[in-house]
Design a protein around this ligand. Structure first.
Ligand SMILES: *Cc1c(COP(=O)(O)O)cnc(C)c1O
Length: 362
């Protein structure tokens, strides 16, 4: 067996080892069917149990009741950039976007291909190193919805507290921080998340939608783009990404076994503090991209004094079993993605490596 590394990739990302072991153990015979989960019908009662458990678990973990539905869709979070305005931005109305990074820009641009959009706030002027202050947010007169990105995977910033705009439907891309901390999910009309960061493998996108929103969906849309059709058919209008949903189910079981979101949040705070301390105590050798008050618990972005040192850092880290640390090209430098499945030990080893590297090269 090859040794496992500490995987800091931004997505697809690390999965909990017990989940991978369970998948391996049950791969050839799923739930006593004598078939792999990859082979069973999505109309079978065995798969139905997976589907129902995954929806129920997610709602339970997020504290949501019958007024919400959970959908399992394909197309990634990127398809949601289009589906949200297709379903909820009628002609003549305006949708408001708060820009906090590349993913929210993409969501905004996609919505602009469909209808009228308004930038309610943006932190682009400082290269997305912060989250706009509530005082900076200027909504349009009667927005169809407000869209935010709760965690900015590329820049390493995160809304410290999530906003709320009363009756105006609030939509959030939570791809890179769903289930990482407690928040009031009942404040949201729709939450979407590609699974490949905190929930499971690539291939399924979770959409959590408040039931009343389903009534707003225009019937002229192609059916595969309609939230109400997917909801009415329990996400089984067509073949769902069954293996990905099954893996999400196992990840949710694992989250519960860890003590739920509150316990995961406490651990995530400790983990992030270890890595940020290595930055802050380096006497300027490491420079964090995010302003301290906007720092993400999930993606830690930082630079070294030169690109040569960044290259050397990456190579030495890899040799030490710390992989996936290269930053996104729009920020440069390094990024440690420390999602729920990253054990505390991974963050301790990384912080120790950072201190040692700074001592030797500072
Ligand atoms: C990764 C990511 C996306 C893109 O997800 P896809 O599933 O590849 O479309 C969108 N938004 C955020 C915040 C992300 O981190």
């Amino acid at each position: 067996m090859t040794a496992r590394v500490y995987n800091f990739n931004p997505g697809p990302a690390i999965l909990p080892l017990p989940v991978l072991n369970e998948i391996q153990r049950d791969l050839l015979d799923f739930a006593g069917t004598g078939m792999s989960i990859l082979e069973v019908s999505h109309r079978s009662k065995e798969y139905e149990a997976v589907h129902l458990e995954t929806e129920a678990s997610l709602k339970e973990l997020l504290g949501l009741g019958d007024d919400y539905r959970v959908l399992f869709l394909g197309g990634g979070a990127s398809l949601q950039f289009a589906m949200v305005p297709l379903n909820f931005l009628p002609t003549g109305a305006t949708a408001d976007y708060i820009l906090t990074g590349s993913w929210s820009e993409k969501a905004y641009e996609e919505a602009g291909r469909i209808g009228r959009v308004h930038i309610a706030a943006s932190s682009k002027d400082t290269n997305y190193d912060r989250i706009p202050h509530p005082d900076e947010i200027r909504l349009s007169p009667n927005p169809a919805y407000v869209h935010i990105t709760s965690n900015n995977t590329i820049y390493g910033t995160q809304w410290a507290s999530l906003p709320s705009f009363g009756e105006i439907p609030l939509v959030a891309d939570m791809s890179s921080d769903i289930l990482s901390r407690r928040f009031d999910a009942t404040k949201f009309a729709l939450i979407y998340a590609g699974a490949q960061k905190n929930l499971g493998p690539a291939g399924v996108t979770v959409v959590i939608i408040r039931r009343d929103m389903l009534e707003k969906v225009p019937s002229h849309l192609p059916v595969m783009l309609r939230y109400d059709i997917h909801a009415k058919n329990n996400s089984l209008y067509n073949t769902p990404p069954a293996f990905a949903v099954y893996t999400v189910m196992l990840v949710l079981r694992w989250v519960k076994s860890q003590g739920g979101i509150a316990a995961i949040e406490a651990r995530n705070k400790e983990k992030a503090a270890l890595v940020y301390a290595a930055i802050d105590e380096s006497g300027g050798f490491y420079r964090g991209h995010a302003r301290p008050e906007a720092r993400s618990l999930m993606n830690v972005t930082f630079r070294l004094p030169s690109e040569e040192l960044e290259k050397a850092f990456l190579a030495e880290a890899k040799a030490a079993g710390l992989v996936g640390l290269k930053g996104h090209r729009s920020v440069g430098g390094l990024r440690a993605s420390i999602y729920n499945a990253m054990p505390g030990e991974g963050c301790r080893v990384l912080a120790e490596f950072m201190r040692d590297f700074a001592r030797r090269n500072g």
